[in-house]
Design a binder for this molecule. Structure first.
Ligand SMILES: [Zn+2]
Length: 141
């Protein structure tokens, strides 16, 4: 009886995390959008490139969500399903880029990548999170 087949051990990739990317133009749009709406809250959807499915190239401003308040992004269930939309972006006029409890609930329900931009809306004042609320890295390209 052969208990162990002596085959070459192939190292199984340990589910390498997705390397998300965002174009500089798209990030700038989010930061500029958040800045222009401040002190109200900015909310948008992140869309990926159709061929590079891990590269965020577009932010779609949600109509009617710029009235302020953290309820802004919760009308997402009213939107049509679009598979090129992979997450959300919104601003925290408070200056704290950590997700709130409501944010975490939203992240869990919708999308894979979520960006929070905080004041002063510069290159250092934004963070990205997974659906589980873990901080993730997005490379700017
Ligand atoms: Zn938030």
């Amino acid at each position: 009886m052969v208990l162990f087949k002596h085959t070459k051990t192939r190292k199984k990739p340990n589910n390498p995390p997705v390397q998300w990317k965002i174009t500089k133009e798209c990030l700038d749009l989010i930061l500029e959008g958040a800045k222009s709406i401040y002190p109200k809250e900015f909310g948008g959807l992140l869309r990926v490139d159709t061929t590079n499915k891990h590269t965020i190239t577009e932010v779609i401003l949600l109509p009617g969500t710029i009235s302020g308040g953290s309820q802004a992004l919760f009308k997402l269930h009213m939107l049509p399903i679009d598979l090129s939309i992979i997450g959300t972006a919104h601003s925290h006029p408070s200056g704290i880029s950590l997700p709130s409890r409501a944010d975490l609930e939203l992240f869990d329900k919708y999308g894979k990548v979520h960006i929070i931009v905080a004041t002063p809306f510069d290159q250092l004042s934004w963070r990205a999170y997974s659906y589980a609320g873990d901080a993730i890295h997005i490379t700017i390209i």
